[in-house]
Design a protein around this ligand. Structure first.
Ligand SMILES: [Zn+2]
Length: 346
């Protein structure tokens, strides 16, 4: 994942002062806050992004770490992502559920005091720092995971049992962060808990090395009845000793005998879809490549790549006298020196 540029996200210079950063954040937060953009997921994404940027840049220590390049971006709710990174422990819900004033609960985000900002931001909106949709449905955060699977599983598709820390609504306080007038003990006021329930995820057939697979609704659970977030799985595929994959095509090298090369043959070619009978035409040269259309990687959407096989001519290791004389007479069959047409000069 590309490192997020928090300065760019907030639209400030790299040497912006604390006050500038706060000002920029305030302006953007007012524009993109979910309460004024009901149901617009784009605004919500943007809001999360600017809040994440602000959480890091407003904290002197985290900002320093970030400036040193210690950040790969901190996806929300992905506690497995980067413990110790400057964004670690940053919790979106901290200022979604509880940032409104008067609860006596501070946002636990290190330096960023979102409660302050938001009571400010919305002081005109509902009076007394209100205007914060305390029980507005919120989509769960996106969660990322990385898996390494076998070549065969990538070709055929597979199901995995993944145990990933995800956030879900605190069952004690239903995501409110408080029970009556007390801070909820289960979630310590955040409104969410981290669950490590494992879940089954399905990777489609044909998934490629380095591909990111989005699994809808497999991320963190929604808050206050909101929809679950997505799970983004980055897939690594182990190489295969025989089949080499390039895109959706498969490449192999097939040894054939001298006789097969000269006289032609029908041989069996192993493909990822099983063995295929294929013809070697008479007079096949070493290095010649043939294609079996549609015998490559099949994708879930119905397309399929091709299978290519490159011929290698295998020479017998030891010849008896008969073999030697056969080869000698074979030599006389060349119409010309095979190297006579080389353009071997600079
Ligand atoms: Zn709770």
């Amino acid at each position: 994942m590309a490192r997020k540029n928090y300065y760019e996200i907030l639209g400030v210079k790299n040497d912006a002062s604390e006050a500038d950063i706060k000002k920029a954040y305030r302006k953007l937060a007012r524009k993109y806050h979910p309460d004024v953009n009901q149901g617009k997921s784009e605004a919500e994404t943007r809001f999360k992004e600017i809040s994440e940027a602000y959480a890091v840049l407003s904290d002197k220590e985290k900002r320093e770490q970030y400036d040193l390049g210690d950040s790969q971006g901190f996806p929300f709710g992905q506690q497995a992502g980067g413990p110790g990174g400057p964004g670690a422990g940053f919790d979106f819900s901290q200022f979604m559920g509880g940032a409104r004033g008067g609860r006596g609960r501070r946002a636990q985000t290190g330096g960023a005091d979102f409660r302050d900002i938001f009571s400010d931001l919305f002081s005109g909106a509902g009076g007394g720092g209100g205007g914060f949709g305390q029980t507005a449905p919120l989509r769960g955060s996106e969660v990322e995971a990385e898996v390494t699977i076998d070549f065969r599983d990538a070709i055929q598709g597979t199901e995995l049992q993944l145990t990933i820390p995800r956030q879900k609504e605190c069952p004690t306080c239903q995501g409110l962060g408080h029970v009556g007038n007390n801070v909820c003990n289960t979630c310590r006021g955040s409104g969410v808990i981290t669950s490590t329930d494992s879940s089954r995820v399905k990777l489609p057939q044909g998934v490629a090395d380095g591909q990111r697979v989005r699994l809808r609704g497999k991320g963190s659970a929604g808050i206050h009845g909101g929809p679950a977030g997505d799970l983004l799985v980055r897939v690594h595929v182990k190489p295969h000793p025989f089949f080499e994959r390039k895109g959706d095509n498969i490449h192999t090298e097939i040894p054939i005998t001298i006789r097969e090369a000269i006289r032609g043959a029908e041989i069996e070619i192993p493909t990822i879809q099983g063995p295929v009978r294929a013809k070697i035409p008479p007079g096949t040269q070493g290095g010649q490549t043939f294609r079996l259309s549609g015998k490559g990687v099949r994708r879930a959407k119905g397309s399929a790549g091709d299978h290519f096989y490159k011929v290698q001519i295998a020479v017998p290791g030891k010849l008896d006298p008969d073999g030697e004389s056969a080869v000698d007479s074979l030599e006389k069959q060349y119409e010309a020196n095979p190297r006579s047409n080389l353009k071997g000069t600079l």
